[in-house]
Write a protein that binds this ligand. Structure first.
Ligand code: GLN
Ligand code: ZN
Length: 778
């Protein structure tokens, strides 16, 4: 292909669209397949139908039918897994799933994602600083690469048959390798990036296939270029970008290449991409800024490419400042005459449609833009780019008016809340000396050596969900609901007493979700009805909308906790979600620094903790599973983040007496990365995931000199497997070998809400038996 035959990049596009469906159709279809009620062919047919409906909708919203502006961003489970199966890059334990050509069928694909029997699934981890989780490919010297799936080509052809020319999307080679981890076979020090040269021919073959199918453009997502890898030196990453795009760009038969770099700014990767033969580069101009101060070579190279300005926030739901977005596009015109408008990231992170939310007030809705509204914004800005500002000024003004209305609306700024945060001093953030606290708590609580507890939730049974649904529909009264929940709490307390657990929880039956529950009970939040967002696979969450100043109209959990404490002599652990996690798992206002919003949430929680303490609750857990997730991708931003995130946790928890024990819970095992943050939380006890990695984390705990209470999980609650007494005993002994016994707590990895009762009871009994064994030996 020569330049003259290339079709122009579309003036307006998006990097990706939610694939779960407006009514979670994909979730339902996939789960039906897993449950055996539909066949693979039926699942394929339903997915094809969903893709068809999606393309029609995107065209209806203003994306072109035949100019490659509609991204082909469907996935049955995860786009990184899709790249792995496309490249045939599977760990050896899954070799049996592939046929002679390396192809894996749908059932096999899901086995890799979810595990089966002896086959542990691929590990799952957070996708950049979002709450989406991807599957981590495993690469070693033994991994063979070949084009093992033509799904990407087939979906393009499917679209074509329906009258569309779409833009295939795949994770780019550098990001694919950077996100991979070494396989079991890989020697110490192996880095996946060393396999780049072996991956590129497969990408070349794929590009050739797409070109043959008639695809004018392909999108290669390279978000890893905006973050700083810990293992891979930046110079090697940049070298990889250079050679990857020289190779792909140099291929004879290929579509035009659009490299998208969502979630941050490209920085020193921009000159490298500019110097490469790719035709279009996508910049995230919500997180990053319009590049300036470019060297002459980069400037002249960029001038020959399409610069795609990601000015519409793909990560949050605000209608935002369209005038400012248009301004950014205008300044891009100084870099290249060929500018297009896009979203900053895939719209995967936002719900489908504001118009699907009849319960939200019209005023709030006028401030919002979900995926479909954002496409409308892209379409507007595209018109502006082509026809000039005047052509779209009404739409830009309407957005500005909505923004002004939002700034002035009651509740967005609450004087009482502002006065409280303004009056905070150093001492509001600190508790007394840890040694004094420990002595006071040992005295007050009288817990045994290796105290046992759980993370908070017990299985959410069908009965519990039904009761909640009936209450929502008005089929049962508030009093009846309360009665049902109290019965459930009593059952859970009795069960814990019977098993012999030392610190009791109430089981969280009244909570639909650990963030939404608090959002529903605090001022400043709204909740959606259909605002589902994919978290991983078929799992979706419905983030709340934090739109205004946050305060607590009345106590939230106190009645539940005191009722629970009335049922037992043992200490009951109050259970709250921390400020960072509430922010991370909500759509948060973007009109003030996150730290300010976090302090408001922290003060509401501080009042709650004070009320719990005053009514006799001696232990309070404040969950912060999202502490790691919000860690900025650029190291330069870490200090500021850790300052406000850790500060808000401390603000929430520092108001209690020495003898009141504060716990926190973190959902991951990457202790080392955030050890200073964890230490600075100054929680008396921290529970952390550890079972899947067989207690690897205790090594980090030991070397870090962490000296507060710590409960490395001994039960992997992500699996239905029941750990044996011997297994838990071994884990506890591993922990004890590294950590002084006085610090050690015994608990599962995380909450039990997704587990069934049978395996939960069996597992907890084994944990208690193992604890007895280890206590006796000590
Ligand atoms: N307390 C919560 C529970 O047990 C914690 C959940 C989490 O860490 N994600 O469910
Ligand atoms: Zn957890």
């Amino acid at each position: 292909m020569t330049d003259t035959t290339r079709s122009a990049f579309p003036v307006g596009t998006i990097l990706g669209y939610p694939r779960i469906g407006r009514r979670r159709e994909l979730k339902k279809a996939v789960e039906a397949f897993w449950g055996g009620t539909i066949t693979a062919d039926e699942l394929e047919a339903q997915a094809a139908e969903l893709r068809g409906v999606t393309r029609e909708r995107l065209a209806g919203l203003g994306l072109g039918r035949d100019d490659a502006s509609i991204p082909e961003s469907f996935s049955f489970y995860d786009q990184v897994l899709d790249a792995a199966v496309t490249l045939g890059a599977l760990p050896s334990r899954f070799a049996g799933l592939a046929d002679a050509s390396g192809h894996v069928d749908l059932a096999g694909y899901f086995t890799i994602a979810r595990g089966e029997g002896e086959h542990a699934p691929l590990e799952m981890t957070k996708w950049f600083d979002s709450n989406y989780h991807y599957l981590v490919p495993e690469i070693g010297p033994e991994t063979s690469f070949r084009l093992a799936s033509d799904r990407i080509v087939a979906e393009f052809e499917e679209a074509r048959a329906a009258g569309f020319v779409t833009r295939p999307v795949i994770v780019g080679p550098v990001t694919f390798l950077l996100l991979s981890k070494p396989s079991d076979e890989a020697p110490e020090g192996f880095r996946s990036l060393s396999r780049l040269a072996d991956v590129l021919p497969v990408y070349q073959e794929l590009l050739a296939r797409l070109a043959a199918a008639g695809a004018p453009w392909v999108q290669l997502d390279e978000p890893a270029l905006v973050s700083e890898s810990i293992e891979d030196p930046r110079s090697e990453v940049l070298d990889a970008v250079r050679s990857a795009y020289a190779a792909l760009g140099g291929a004879a038969e290929r579509p035009a290449i659009f490299v998208a770099a969502p979630y941050g700014s490209l920085d020193d990767a921009l000159p490298v991409l500019a110097a490469s033969p790719v035709e279009a580069i996508g910049l995230d101009l919500v997180r990053g800024t319009v590049p300036s101060g470019l060297d002459a070579a980069t400037a002249s190279a960029l001038a020959g490419k399409t610069v795609v300005g990601g000015v519409i926030d793909g990560h949050n739901i605000w209608r935002g400042d369209l005038e400012a977005a248009f301004g950014k596009l205008t300044s891009l015109l100084a870099l290249s005459p060929d500018v297009a408008v896009s979203t900053s990231t895939s719209l995967l992170h936002v719900p489908h449609d504001v118009d699907d939310e009849p319960a939200l007030s019209d005023q709030l809705k006028s401030w919002l833009a979900f995926a479909d509204q954002k496409i409308g914004q892209v379409a507007t800005l595209a018109v502006g780019l082509v026809d000039g500002h005047e052509a779209v000024q009404d739409a830009l003004r309407a957005a500005s008016a909505a923004l002004a209305d939002r700034q002035a609306a009651p509740g967005v700024r609450d004087t009482a809340v502002r006065a409280r945060t303004a009056a905070l001093t150093e001492s509001d953030f600190s508790r007394g000396d840890y040694g004094d606290r420990l002595a006071a708590q040992e005295e007050a609580l009288g817990l045994p050596f290796l105290p046992t507890t759980t993370i908070g939730s017990f299985p959410q049974t069908g009965d519990i969900r039904r009761a909640r649904a009936q209450l929502a529909k008005g089929l049962i009264s508030e009093a009846e609901y309360l009665g049902l929940m109290r019965d459930e709490i009593k059952r859970v307390v009795d069960l814990q007493e019977e098993i012999g657990i030392d610190v009791i929880v109430h089981g969280e039956p009244e909570r639909n979700d650990m963030v939404q529950y608090f959002a529903e009970n605090l001022d400043g939040f709204a909740v959606t009805q259909n605002g589902w967002v994919q978290s991983y696979g078929s799992r979706c969450t419905r983030p709340s909308i934090l739109w205004g100043d946050v305060s607590r109209p009345k106590p939230i959990t106190v009645d539940w906790s005191t009722y629970t404490q009335s049922l037992t002599e043992k200490p009951v652990k109050g259970m709250l979600t921390g400020p960072v996690t509430i922010l991370a798992w909500s759509f948060v206002r973007d009109d003030q620094p996150l730290g300010e919003t976090a302090r408001q949430v922290a003060l509401a929680l501080r009042d709650e903790i004070g009320d719990l303490e005053a009514s006799g609750i001696r232990i309070v857990q404040v969950d912060e599973p999202a502490l790691r997730e919000l860690l900025p991708l650029k190291r330069a931003a870490h200090a500021d983040y850790l300052d406000w995130s850790v500060g808000s946790f401390r603000l929430a928890t520092a108001g209690v007496r020495d003898e009141t024990q504060i716990h926190t819970h973190l959902c991951y095992s990457e202790f080392g990365v955030v050890i200073d943050a964890i230490r600075n939380l100054d929680a008396d006890v921290t529970s952390i995931e550890a079972a899947r990695s067989r207690m690897e984390v205790v090594h980090d705990i030991q070397t870090s000199g962490f000296d507060h209470g710590i409960g490395p999980g001994v039960y992997d609650i992500h699996s239905p497997r029941v750990p044996s007494v011997a297994e838990v005993t071994e884990l506890l002994e591993t922990a004890l070998a590294a950590i002084p016994g006085r610090q050690l707590w015994v608990n599962p990895d995380c909450g039990l809400k997704t587990r069934g009762y049978d395996e939960t009871v069996a597992s907890l009994k084994n944990i208690l038996e193992a604890t007895r064994v280890v206590r006796e030996k000590a």
